[in-house]
Design a protein around this ligand. Structure first.
Ligand code: HEM
Length: 459
């Protein structure tokens, strides 16, 4: 679908406040899809009170905002999301301008395929080694919270990449628990974007306590790394050796980048993978095909690096999972100057909301069955036939996710390991609703029991 041309270049259509706000409060995610569908991809203004942000859903416009005209659309810290993010991570890779550029220059090489791919077998072993608790749960028939278990597996997988052996797994898990508080404590602010940031809101104290916990754990580890940077190629050692204009990073710069990286890596990955199990429980055909592929390629395991290129259906399932459940569901920007998008005038200083969640579920780009789970959408032919930016779970342009490759690897390794070992029975076999938080979280825990697969028992 072509981007709609100007509705008589000038005033955009406004979804009136009394319609958008109650809908947004009831179901923030669905209301973005509904407004996007009703507007057919046109830029609209969400009547959410004084801030009245623009909603940008058409892939052409997404490309313009995030790529072609990125210099005009910054991560201003006056949106609820970025202000909260900034309070947690300070100034670093998640900011803008020179600080961001320096951080990106230091960090990007660490996540290139040439650096990550050789670590796959180490990651696979770490994941396999971390399934002991699940074995016990399978034996005892106890119910597990798969989200919590996945966060442990993600942690195990990436510890080497991030910290070599400078941080213990227990501390990493405490960081993740604090992060959980942060992501959910942000919800009241996301729901009430019109409340000025200086007005105290529920959740604020929990947010600040959790930030403190993270600092208490990370700062001593970071100071030690600064004293003894070593020659390791993990994120922490690399930051400890990094130079900006010949100067080492300050403790603050290092802390901000490290917290940013830990925050975006673990939360997004395990939350995304948590959605898989309810989806499999409600789509038997997909589950059978996925299990069959992993059985063929991996057998009883363990999973190895050379299995991954053969897991083509697994990859399609993961792509489709991130279409319907993109962990980074909302990507806000601030227009530094006035602009025109698809014929709609964007006021200087206004907030522009991009939402992979909305674009990924809109009928104009995905057909009338846009909301159904169908991995076949990711055959090479169908991908080629689609607008390139109808799908952007990892963002695009200058801020495109650094961790896309890492996620693809760890996700395939985790899914292949779990499926090669167990079968899963959900306590409540339906797809949960979505909780409003900074990432796309299920509204309730996903609980299940595990059964050890016969062929895996011998291992
Ligand atoms: C399912 C997993 C993930 C999803 C859905 C995801 C999504 C995103 C999105 C949408 C952005 C763009 C934000 C923007 O434009 O403002 C982004 C940026 C970023 N992601 Fe991810 N991400 C994931 C995993 C990871 C992992 C594993 C890492 C670890 C390296 C990572 C590191 C980053 C960084 C550093 C940025 C900021 C890049 C910049 O501003 O230059 N992400 N991610």
């Amino acid at each position: 679908m072509q981007a709609p041309e100007a509705q008589a270049a000038g005033k955009p259509r406004t979804v009136p406040v009394w319609r958008a706000l109650p809908r947004a409060l009831r179901d923030a995610h669905q209301s973005l899809v509904d407004v996007g569908n009703e507007a057919g991809g046109e830029v609209v203004r969400l009547g959410l009170g004084v801030s009245s942000p623009y909603l940008v859903t058409h892939p052409d416009h997404v490309q313009q905002v995030l790529q072609e005209r990125a210099a005009n659309y910054l991560r201003g810290d006056d949106t609820a999301l970025w202000r909260s993010v900034r309070q947690l991570v300070g100034d670093g890779i998640l900011s803008e301008g020179d600080t961001w550029r320096n951080s990106r220059r230091t960090l990007a090489p660490l996540f290139r395929p040439a650096r990550i791919n050789p670590l796959v077998d180490t990651m696979a072993e770490a994941i396999d080694g971390a399934t002991g608790r699940l074995d016990k749960a399978a034996e005892a028939g106890t119910v597990v919270d798969i989200g919590a278990e996945l966060s442990r597996l993600v942690c195990a997988a990436i510890m080497r990449v991030f910290f070599a052996n400078r941080l213990g797994v227990d501390d990493a898990l405490r960081i993740m628990a604090a992060q959980e508080s942060i992501v959910t404590a942000m919800a009241p602010r996301l729901l009430a974007p019109v409340v000025p940031w200086w007005v105290p809101m529920p959740g604020d104290r929990r947010f600040h306590r959790a930030v403190q916990t993270i600092d208490d754990i990370l700062l001593p580890v970071l100071r030690k790394a600064l004293d003894e940077p070593g020659s390791g190629d993990d994120v922490l050692s690399t930051l400890a050796r990094a130079r900006n204009d010949g100067q080492p990073l300050t403790e603050r710069q290092m802390r901000d980048d490290l917290v940013s990286m830990v925050a975006v890596t673990t939360e997004t990955s395990y939350v995304a993978l948590t959605w898989l199990w309810p989806v499999l429980a409600t789509h038997e055909d997909v589950a059978h095909r996925l299990y069959a592929e992993i059985e063929d390629v991996v057998g009883a395991g363990p999973v190895r690096a050379d299995h991954l290129p053969q897991l083509t259906y697994t990859r399609m399932v993961l792509d489709e999972l991130l279409r319907l459940f993109p962990a980074g569901w909302i990507v806000p920007r601030r227009a530094v100057g006035a602009d025109v998008l698809g014929g709609v005038r964007i006021d200087k200083g206004s907030t522009v909301i991009l939402s992979p969640y909305a674009t990924h579920r809109m009928e104009a780009f995905w057909g009338s069955d846009a909301e159904s789970f169908d991995p076949e959408r990711f055959t090479p032919e169908r991908v080629a036939a689609r607008h390139r930016y109808a799908y952007y779970p990892f963002g695009l342009g200058i801020h495109r996710c650094l961790g896309e490759g890492l996620f693809q690897l760890e996700a395939q390794l985790i899914v292949a390991t779990l499926v090669s070992k167990y079968r899963f029975t959900l306590t409540e076999p339906t797809v949960p609703g979505i909780r409003v938080a900074a990432s796309l979280r299920p509204r309730r825990r996903v609980e299940l029991t595990l059964t050890r697969r016969e062929s895996a028992v011998a291992r």
